[in-house]
Design a protein. Sequence first.
Length: 261
Amino acid sequence: MSRFISILMTAVLALCLWTVRAEAETENVSVKLEPEVALGAYMGLVEEHLEGILRTEKVIAGSIEAVSGRWELVWPLLDRFSQDLPTDATLWFMLPNGRYFSTATGGLTGQNLSDRPYFPTLTAGKEVLGELVISKSTGQRSIVVAAPVFASDGKVIAAIGVSVDAVKLSELVDSRMTLPDNAYFYALDANTKVTLHRYPARVFKTVSEVGNDESLGDDFKKVMDKEQGVFDYSLNGKNMASIFRKSPVLGWHFFIAQDVK
């Protein structure tokens, strides 16, 4: 019976991975549309990529391999998933005490995730989608997507996480869009921290740090409570016109901006 379940799990996982690949291939079409349509396509691409990761994580979290709590059993599933992601993501398997195994190291790391802000969320049995961290395993600027693993009695016994390289995800978006040289996309979290950007050097900086002007951060905060709109601002001597929309999935604000000569 357990062999049958394992075979079934493999088939389900294969279907999830096929879906992730199919979505990526479907999205592999340059976007050269009106700004509002391009903004919607950009936001949808990012949402679907991260939500697709979460869906696959949840399938793996429900497998007998993950519920066993044994890295050597769950590792093949995570390794396969890692190879199918186009954003060079690191996968990890966290124990309740915060110690974790990683596909980047191939086994147990010498580090602990109990100090991460998302740790209480996972141990409380809730999912994590879009937390920003510097990866302990790789040092990369990462976007965390994670799902708890439950025992049969409902107790959280582990968690499966994916640390998506924010720069790689930005590059993926850039490859799918055709924007003029004087335009770019970016996304901000609630603290005006850059989560994604056409220019990788700006990823994980705050708006104030990008513009070398603390007042710029205050200007952006005025639009962060709006769902969508237009926003004109000055950045390093350039007059910028932008449109934005808030993602109901991630809580980020997505922007497309253009230098107005």
